[in-house]
Write a protein that binds this ligand. Structure first.
Ligand SMILES: NC(=O)c1ccc[n+]([C@@H]2O[C@H](COP(=O)([O-])OP(=O)(O)OC[C@H]3O[C@@H](n4cnc5c(N)ncnc54)[C@H](OP(=O)(O)O)[C@@H]3O)[C@@H](O)[C@H]2O)c1
Length: 286
């Protein structure tokens, strides 16, 4: 049999993208499964997305992830969207089909919900407080509501974005959703079960930064989650843990959305433990 030296290509397009570790994790999975697939990390400037998507086609890539600032602009290149991507209004994963069409999905929120499930935490009937209303927050808010959360309070600085997310959740799910303006140290509403930092506050290189909330309103019975994965131990989680709350870091979400993407592209079950171990090694976590 003739050898095939051609690798199947997937990757991520974004700017900035240099610090994105997804490729290391996906390639560990491909290697483990004996797949000759490569994940390339590509810097694509805001105005170059159209050319880059033409390149995705020209290179016969099997799919791509989109990160900042392309998750919304890529919508115009999609032939079909998943229900979640349509409601969220953003795509983080594209599947390039054999017939030449492109399918857009959003797996950020699904990865987050899976990380709660992995920790044995149910969203059914839960009261969620979501900090932020950007791309990650939209995905998490919608998926938490679809997974059964009964109430979602969105706290955000920008009122227009905050209101819009609350309305999206109300219009498309059964959950009650309300917007709370972020003024001074935000108070976590009484009765909150799950508090989530979905802002970019605390992300490397500003690892000392912490979302401005009143930690006296964080209760020991709350589950407190952070989307930030670099660093894994954020001041937000450390301070919540000091209040007695159970904490969930952003690494699980990253691995889970990566595993979902792996399956969307390859059609195979992702070797999630291998991918998780590789990321932990990458971050120097025991
Ligand atoms: N763990 C994972 O797998 C995973 C996956 C996706 C994203 N993420 C992380 O999620 C974070 C957010 O990404 P994104 O795509 O949602 O970004 P984005 O669309 O730019 O949204 C940023 C959000 O952060 C808020 N924000 C920024 N600075 C703030 C401050 N000083 N105080 C309060 N709020 C502030 C913004 O509020 P305004 O609307 O008021 O400006 C906005 O709601 C990033 O750190 C990203 O790395 C993690």
């Amino acid at each position: 049999m003739e050898k095939n030296y051609r690798a199947e290509l997937v990757g991520v397009l974004g700017d900035p993208v240099d610090g994105n570790p997804t490729g290391v994790m996906e390639e560990a999975g491909f290697e483990h499964a004996g797949l000759n697939w490569r994940y390339i990390t590509v810097r694509v400037l805001p105005n170059d997305l159209d050319a880059a998507m033409a390149g995705v086609r020209a290179f016969n890539m099997r799919g791509v992830n989109l990160t900042m600032p392309h998750k919304i602009n890529v919508l115009r290149h999609m032939d079909e969207l998943s229900e979640a991507a349509r409601v969220i209004g953003a795509v983080n994963t594209v599947v390039c089909r054999e017939d030449g069409t492109m399918f857009g999905e959003n797996t950020d929120g699904k990865g987050f919900v899976q990380s709660l499930t992995d920790a044995g935490i149910s969203l059914s009937g839960a009261s969620v407080c979501l900090l932020g209303a950007g791309g990650a927050a939209r995905s998490i808010g919608v998926e938490c509501a679809l997974a059964g959360a009964s109430a979602i309070a969105v706290i955000n600085r920008n009122a227009q974005r905050g209101e819009a997310l609350a309305k999206t959740i109300r219009d498309n799910t059964r959950a009650e959703a309300r917007f709370i303006p972020w003024q001074g140290a935000a108070r976590v509403p009484e009765g909150t079960d799950i508090l989530i930092n979905a802002t970019c506050v605390g992300l490397h290189p500003h690892a000392d930064a912490c979302p401005d909330i009143d930690f006296n309103t964080v209760q020991p019975n709350m589950v407190v989650c952070d989307v930030i994965f670099n660093p894994v131990d954020t001041p937000f989680l450390t301070r919540a843990a000091a209040r007695g709350a159970r904490t969930i870091d952003g690494l699980g979400m990253l691995v889970n959305q990566g595993a979902i993407n792996y399956t969307l592209w390859t059609g195979q079950k992702a070797p999630r433990e291998v991918m998780y171990a590789k990321l932990r090694e990458e971050f120097g976590i025991e």
